[in-house]
Design a protein around this ligand. Structure first.
Ligand code: SF4
Length: 109
């Protein structure tokens, strides 16, 4: 099984993000970045379930994916991207993650 398959990861409600940068600062895996609108975004394959970003966010807009509001996973695009080309095995892990947690929005290209 791919290492990447075991992580839950986080989802970010960018509508509430105030661009403070706390989550980006605290993540030990550099799995968060600002997008072109200065909203926090997850780099999918870098997230290894540290979850300190959740605690760091002053406006509580970061969720474990398994605890995220459904609309965030099904309607709100833009909160995650894939940072590099995935191997076929990793791609499979990604598809399984989407299926398992009901993530219907596509990653940002
Ligand atoms: S900690 Fe919260 S408000 Fe600050 S950049 Fe991250 S998601 Fe946005």
């Amino acid at each position: 099984m791919s290492e990447l398959a075991k992580y839950v990861r986080v989802a970010i409600d960018q509508d509430g993000c105030i661009s403070c940068g706390a989550c980006i600062e605290v993540c030990p895996y550099d799995a968060l970045e600002f997008d072109e609108n200065m909203k926090a975004r997850l780099i999918w394959e870098k997230c290894h379930d540290d979850f300190s970003c959740i605690e760091s966010c002053p406006v509580n807009v970061i969720y474990r994916v398994d605890e995220a509001p459904e609309e965030l996973k099904t309607e709100k695009a833009g909160w995650y991207r894939i940072g590099r080309e995935l191997t076929p095995e990793e791609q499979k892990a990604f598809e399984e993650w989407r299926q398992k947690y009901g993530v219907q929005v596509d990653p940002v290209q």
